[in-house]
Design a protein around this ligand. Structure first.
Ligand code: HEM
Length: 518
């Protein structure tokens, strides 16, 4: 009824305004012709066949069978809401990016989408999975997408691994069933995933509420000031509602009770005026600190400990409006880490670099080449030389601005207003090696250090217990001992106690000697 709403003022002025009463428009086909009733169709006689000339029927049915668009290849199940981001600190000494450059107190509208990763569009909200935490900010200098997860690290640090890793989480191509054997086969042979696997199998893998999760950029980014100084930056979005998770039993029960629990919980919160809020914090490193840090700053399987790189609060996010139409405002959202304003730049993290390509490409496939024309993706004025293509619904370069087809133009073409400061920092980046290198990260003993801190220091007793129970329950469904053994040894590389507790549960012994990377 969105179109109906838009058409209403026109209809009331038009000759079609012969509705049964004065306020409601008449029912029409997609071309605006009034039809007696949506249920009518043309037949030969009372019991004869239908007619090909019945445009109303063909229009109705052919549009219906085209209602589905491809679901996202990952993060297909999700929902979201609208709200705003507010700048709470002057950080122009760190970045010239809007909205920060627009001053403390500046508010920009945003839309957020939360999601699970592996399940299909209709899958349960409370499945064990990381959660997507995507934010689209509409700044005065263009769209800034924060395409985050609710975990500070990621499973892969080489972008080429992503499709294979995702296949291990999706349905088995033969049986079409989810398959724990494939999952543990992947993780136990790509052990840089261990940090994220430990978070996933703790209760943090089953959040109670999207409002009670933190979001993390994960990657290192670069923020550049107007004078060209730059820092490495990590961003996190901390829930003001606190964290809250289901345990495995409660999460499974919720699948039976309410498949769409998280979707409904967020909707009700906002509907009742209980608006969720998050504090946006950053961690920074100078280029020299980045160069001298004990880990590779381009490795997304590592966190920056907050005692070494303290959090600086820079803004607040509030969600205060549910979508009016889920398909237009949530399903058609398309986020891309490549959408950033001046002053924010990608680091050389290869996973981030790979994502810079993948998201707009996914949007071209899912929504078409003019996906940025969809109001929720880019409601602001755009002036460029792109034109035509599927679903182009404005004048393109023909009329916006007038006569702007050439560059330079004798008429009203867009002009360059500022040299783009891109690559300033990339050229100056101290962490760049020889010209071209082919390869991927290699596993090292150091990859188990931060997971060990997670186990010994960050996790509560309860979280340690859940992790062990959940890993045992999953590994017991894996019928191949070799895979169980490799998985067990991976946990033993993190911590001997963790290893021995899992060993007892799955009735195996940790290998001796243990091999935990170079
Ligand atoms: C969704 C690719 C890593 C967070 C997606 C989509 C693709 C994709 C193709 C679907 C996009 C769409 O159809 O609109 C990749 C690749 C990665 C990667 C190739 C690594 C090489 C990550 C990481 C994070 C992340 C590290 C978080 C730090 C998300 C989120 C969504 C998403 C939140 C859902 C966005 C939405 O709500 O529409 N990813 N991804 N991804 N990804 Fe990634």
């Amino acid at each position: 009824f969105q179109r109906g709403k838009l058409l209403l003022p026109l209809l009331l002025l038009s000759p079609l305004a012969f509705a049964a009463n004065d306020t409601l428009p008449p029912y029409t086909d997609g071309s605006g012709h009034a039809v007696q009733s949506p249920y009518d169709y043309q037949r030969v006689g009372t019991n004869g066949p239908m007619l090909l000339q019945d445009f109303h029927f063909i229009d109705l049915m052919s549009h219906f069978v085209r209602e589905r668009i491809p679901e996202r290849v990952v993060h297909a199940k999700g929902s979201g809401a609208h709200g705003y981001f507010q700048v709470t600190r002057d950080i122009t000494n760190l970045t010239m990016a809007a909205p920060f450059s627009d001053g403390v107190g500046t508010q920009v509208p945003l839309t957020m989408r939360f999601s699970t990763v592996a399940g299909e569009a209709g899958s349960p909200d409370t499945n064990r999975d990381p959660r997507g935490f995507a934010i689209k900010m509409r700044t005065s200098k263009g769209i800034w997408d924060w395409v985050f997860n609710n975990t500070p690290v990621f499973f892969v640090r080489d972008p080429t691994k992503f499709p294979l890793f995702i296949h291990s989480q999706k349905r088995d191509p033969q049986t079409n069933l989810r398959n724990a054997t494939l999952q543990w086969d992947y993780w136990s042979q790509n052990q840089e995933s261990i940090f994220q696997v430990m978070i996933l199998f703790s209760d943090r893998g089953t959040p109670f509420s999207w409002a009670q999760m933190n979001g993390y950029g994960g990657h290192t980014y670069k923020w550049v000031t107007a004078s060209g100084d730059w820092h490495y930056v990590k961003i996190r979005v901390v829930s003001e509602q606190g964290l809250n998770n289901f345990n495995a039993t409660a999460a499974k029960q919720m699948i039976a009770d309410n498949l769409d629990w998280n979707t409904q919980e967020l909707e009700s919160r906002i509907d009742s005026g209980n608006f969720p809020k998050w504090t946006v914090s950053i961690q920074t490193m100078t280029p020299e600190q980045g160069q001298n840090w004990e880990y590779d700053i381009n490795d997304i399987t590592k966190v920056w400990p907050v005692d070494q790189f303290p959090l600086l609060d820079v803004g607040e996010i509030v969600l205060n409006k549910n979508p009016d139409n889920w398909f237009s405002e949530i399903e058609q959202l398309s986020f891309s880490p490549a959408n950033m304003p001046f002053g924010a730049e990608p680091s050389n993290d290869p996973v981030l670099q790979g994502r810079l390509f993948a998201y707009a490409d996914a949007a071209r496939h899912r929504l078409g080449p003019n996906h940025m024309e969809i109001p929720v993706n880019c409601p602001m004025a755009v002036s460029n030389f792109q034109r035509a293509g599927y679903m182009r619904v404005d004048g393109g370069a023909g009329t916006l601005p007038p006569n702007s087809a050439n560059y330079p133009s004798s008429f009203n073409a867009p002009v360059s207003f500022q040299a783009r400061p891109y690559n300033l920092s990339a050229i100056a980046d101290p962490i760049v090696g020889p010209p071209v290198v082919l390869g991927s990260f290699q596993l090292s003993k150091k990859d188990f250090e931060q997971p060990n801190v997670l186990w010994t220091t960050n996790f509560s007793d309860e979280e340690r217990e859940s992790l062990v129970d959940n890993v045992i329950a999953s590994l017991l469904t894996v019928p191949i001992q070799n895979i169980q053994q490799r998985s067990l040894d991976m946990f033993a590389c993190v911590n001997a106690t963790l290893g021995s507790q899992i060993a007892t549960g799955i009735k195996l012994t940790v290998s001796s000697p243990l091999s935990c990377g170079a």
